[in-house]
Design a protein around this ligand. Sequence first.
Ligand SMILES: Cc1ncc(C[n+]2csc(CCOP(=O)(O)OP(=O)(O)O)c2C)c(N)n1
Ligand SMILES: [Mg+2]
Length: 395
Amino acid sequence: MAKGDPGVTTTRGRRAAPRAKRTAATAGGDPELVQLLTPAGERVESAFGPDGTEYRVDFTDEEYRGLYRDLVLVRKLDAEATALQRQGELGLWASLLGQEAAQVGSGRALRSQDMAFPTYREHGVLYCRGIDPIMPLGLFRGVDQGGWDPNEFKFNMYTIVIGAQTLHATGYAMGVHMDGKTGGDDGEAVIAYFGDGATSQGDVNEAFVWASVFNAPLVFFCQNNQYAISEPLERQTRVPLYQRARGFGFPGVRVDGNDVLASYAVTRHALDNARHGQGPSLIEAYTYRMGAHTTSDDPTRYRIASEVEAWQAKDPIARMKAFLEKQKIADGSFFAEVDEQARAESVHLRERVLAMPNPEPVSMFDHVYPHGSPELDEQRVQFSRYLESFEGSAH
Ligand SMILES: Cc1ncc(C[n+]2csc(CCOP(=O)(O)OP(=O)(O)O)c2C)c(N)n1
Ligand SMILES: [Mg+2]
């Protein structure tokens, strides 16, 4: 687990890994992109955002290895979930493949008091919040509604309605602010995850307005994975998404979402600003959905193989591994040990999914209201009678 605290303008110099300072002018690649680890695994000492903020990280070797472990584990567990769906054990799965760094970087940047509002794809953030990775599989298997306690883990339920969670997060963050829980290092911040396609939703734009004018301690974290199912980014926007923030009155930054270090640094900075009462901001994590939208989708129908191959060269795990090797922070035995842990955890996950009991049909009435309602009680009775009518029949 990475506990490093990236100073924004200072470094504690525990490692001599950084090689170069990257600015908007010298970046060479995309000048709009905050990047601290190149696709080849070269460390960049610091990078500047569009408002001049300097981003850097300063992790211990152990913390760097911890981030790598997180990336490998969430990818492996995700692959296991996809396989389970293919074998008919889940109804559906929305894979995070390719987006591990955006999720682990931002997820590890959260402090324990911070609250997260996910979509349906944030399995990596869920993992970082300490939630048992089996929880979303219960949801996608259809045997429960998710199962975790949002308050206990500071991680709300998955939201399938595109963009709706940004409004929930805005209301929650406004409440945090009104309760006086912002203003210091121990202040609370909120993060809302959503996709590039969600930026076209009214809900998201309304959330931007409300968060802005009420100075809500909220980080809007947009994973731009280039597609909303089959709709490419150019059908959603004529400007880079992070630039939209300016029109709503708060800062925006685009980060390399395949770079776990930059994702961490940018998110930590934005959350700390929010907790100190400086209001909302937008992070556009520029990444790529390497797999299908969900297991119901066939991306070969709408995108070409060369595009996918180009993004394969920017793989978030490969670059972290190259960095660890180059800097001699990890060796072959470490990588083998992580692979073995990932294998063992995915086998364990599979065994537990297969053993999940089917719920009693009437239990669907149990979690609608905390204390039930007369109408619901009546429906439960009717439904029970309906089920009883099958007793003794062959069907
Ligand atoms: C309000 C609403 N409209 C439509 C859908 C159907 N839908 C499910 S996922 C999706 C695309 C979302 O794309 P994006 O926001 O980029 O997120 P991604 O799936 O790429 O992570 C759509 C339109 C929905 N779930 N909710
Ligand atoms: Mg998308």
